[in-house]
Design a protein around this ligand. Sequence first.
Ligand code: ACO
Length: 427
Amino acid sequence: MKETAKIILDGKTYELPVIIGSEGEKAVDIRKFKQETGCITYDPGFGSTGSCKSSITFMDGEKGILRYRGIPIEQLAEKSTFVETAYLLINGALPNSHELNQIRVHLNDYSMVHEDMQDFFKNYPRASHPMGILSAMVNALRSFYPELLTTEETLSATFLRLLSKVRTLAAMSYKISRGHKVIYPRQNYTYCANFLNMMFDSPVRHYEINEDLVRALNIFWILHADHEQNCSTAAVRVVGSGQVNIYAAISAGIAALWGPLHGGANQAVIHMLENITTNGGDVNWAINKAKDRNDPFRLMGFGHRVYKTYDPRAKIMKKMCDVVLSNLTKADPLLDIARKLEEAALKDDYCVDHNLYPNVDFYSGIVLRAMGIPTTMFPVMFAIGRLPGWISQWKESIDDPDWRLSRPRQVYTGPTKIDYIPLEKRK
Ligand code: ACO
C-alpha cells in the first residue's frame, strides 16, 4: 500500500501522497493542496520544500555525503578531471575515451569569443567586480550565438560552448577589470591549464604552467560542480521555468551566486581572516562577534542549510591547502589563523549547538590565493566550477514532465481594502 500523509484542516482530513526517493528520503506531495483546501503552505527560504525530482546529485546533510550521479565526491576529486565530471553531470554517465577526446576537441573549438564582445566590455568601468562583468557577458552570449536549441546536437554544442567560453570570459573579465591585454585561449593546453594561462600570461611575462596547480584547479572545480537545489541553481531553474534562453538562466545563476551568503562567501572568508589578523590574531574575537545577537557579523565559511556536520568538500579542500602550499614551498599566515579558528569553533558551545562546521568556502580562498587568483575573482572561480551543475539542472528541468512555471504564493499581511485619497486631502 502506498504511504500517505494526513492533514486536518478546519476539522476535515486530507490525505496526501508521499513520494520516496531512491535513497529513501520522503516528500509529501502537496501539488493539489491549494486546489483541494484553498490553503497554501508557508516555508520562507524553502528549507522544507522540494521543488523538483532530480537524479543528478545526492546529499545527506546529517552524514556529510555528497555524490554526483551516484559517485562519491571523494572518488571524483581523487580520480577524475573537471571536464570528465562536467560530462558526467550533464550526460548522466562517465564518458568513454572516444567521447572524452571528442569533448576536448570541441572545448578547444569553442574556446574563442567574438572580438566584438571584447570591445563591448572594454568600456566597462575599471572598478567593476568581475562577477558583474561575467554575468552580463554570459547574458550577452545569446546575442552573439543566437542558434535555437531544437536538436540534441545543438543542445550539446550550446553546453560545450558555454563551458568553454565561460572560462575564456572569466579570464577576460579579470584582464578587462585591470585594464590589461586579454590573453587568448591556446589549443595545446588542457581546460584548467588554459584558464591559468589566460589569467596570468602577459605580453611582458611568460606564465609557466605548474602541473600541481593544474591538478589543484581540477579538484577545486570538481568540488564546486553541483550541489543540488542551492540558491543559484534554484535561480537557474526558476528563471529557466519562464522559458528564457539558457544564457539568461545561467546569467541569473551567476548573479545569485555573487552574494556573501552563497558563492561570495569565499571572498568574505579572506576578509574575515585578514580582520582577525589585524585584531592581533585572536580568533575568539570573531567567535564572540558571531555569538553577539546585536552584531550582524557571521563566521564566514561556517554553517550550511543542509550539512549539519563537516561539509565533505571542506575536508578535501583543507587537505588541498597543505598539498598546494607545500608544493609551492610557500606559507600563508592566513592558513594558521583559519586552522585556529576552526579548532576554536569546533569546541565552542554556540557553534556546536548551531552546527557551525566549516563549509567548502572556508579553505577554498587559501587554495585560490596560493594559485595567485585575486580575491575579487573567487566567486568567479566558483561560478566556472558550478556551470556543469547549472547546465545539467536546467536540462533536467526542461525535460521534466512535472515542470511548471515557478510561481510561489504568499501570505498577505498588508492593509485590507482602503479608498484612494486625492492629493489635496492627504495630510
Ligand atoms: N555564524 C554565526 N551564526 C550562524 C552562522 C554563521 N556562519 N550560520 C548560521 N548561524 C546561526 C544564525 O544566527 C541562527 O541563529 P539563531 O537560530 O540562534 O537565531 C542559526 O544559526 C540559523 O541560521 P540561518 O541563517 O537560519 O541558517 P541557514 O541554514 O539559513 O544558514 C547559511 C545557512 C546562510 C550558509 C549560514 O550558515 C551562513 O550565513 N553562513 C556564513 C556564510 C557562508 O559561509 N556561506 C556559504 C555557504 S556554502 C555555499 O553556498 C557554497
